[in-house]
Design a protein. Structure first.
Length: 224
């Protein structure tokens, strides 16, 4: 059986607006102008600290990360679910995979508690018996230790594991762990994926509904 490991932001949920509004509220406190939503989307994927660092640098704000990061986290926690929603088709996809008894895991660089708050709000937590956030004991993506821990928990080997994500961080994670990769072109992280870093073996999907069909390809051993 194939283990499917899902990224969260930009793959299961569209959180870009709430992350953008939180980053811009933080910047406004330092007298900086707002950054566009698409630009913020390119900064997401490596955790809140990296998002804040990039936003400060792009705005020319000379503030220590240790000061700005807690402020951003408080602002984001306050608006965590204002605009964030699952992508269209995600609930139906997860239910279809559960009916096929496909084991699912969550691997995100977002801390686990707010990740589960989001999934809980849309009744999606139950689909993921295996979960790992960026505040867990393993290095964050693109380091392979986190996904390998999930694979061990599900008793799945590299050839039996598919990582679904939208960003170059996810691509590098899959490459580092030696697992198959499905790149979600509908996610905001795809805008910043360098074509030169792709091997050509990745599956590409334009909607969550396309992911279910990949299971047939994996069962027959065909490529992306």
């Amino acid at each position: 059986m194939i283990l499917i490991v899902f990224d969260l932001d930009g793959t299961l949920i569209d959180s870009r607006r709430d992350l953008t509004d939180s980053a811009n509220e933080m910047l406004a406190d330092y007298g900086a102008p707002p950054i566009g939503e698409e630009a913020i989307g390119r900064m997401i994927g490596s955790g809140a600290g990296e998002l804040v660092r990039r936003a400060l640098a792009a705005s020319g704000v000379n503030v220590a990360l240790e000061e700005a990061l807690p402020r951003f986290r408080e602002m984001y926690d306050r608006r965590l679910l204002e605009n964030t929603r699952p992508y269209d088709g995600i609930p139906e996809l997860l239910e279809a995979l559960r009916e096929r008894k496909v084991p699912l895991a969550l691997l995100t660089n977002k801390p686990l508690q707010p990740s589960l708050r989001i999934l809980d709000a849309f009744h999606l937590t139950e689909y993921f018996p295996f979960r790992l956030g960026g505040d867990g004991p393993w290095p964050r993506k693109p380091a392979p230790e986190g996904i390998r821990h999930l694979m061990a928990s599900a008793r799945a080997g590299a050839t039996e594991t598919l990582l679904v994500g939208d960003s170059i961080i996810d691509v590098r994670t899959a490459q580092n762990a030696g697992v198959r990769m499905c790149l979600a072109r509908y996610g905001f992280g795809f805008l910043d994926v360098p074509a030169a870093e792709l091997t050509g073996d990745e599956w590409m999907v334009d909607a969550p509904s396309d992911i279910a069909a990949i299971m047939n390809s994996l069962s027959t051993g065909s490529g992306g």
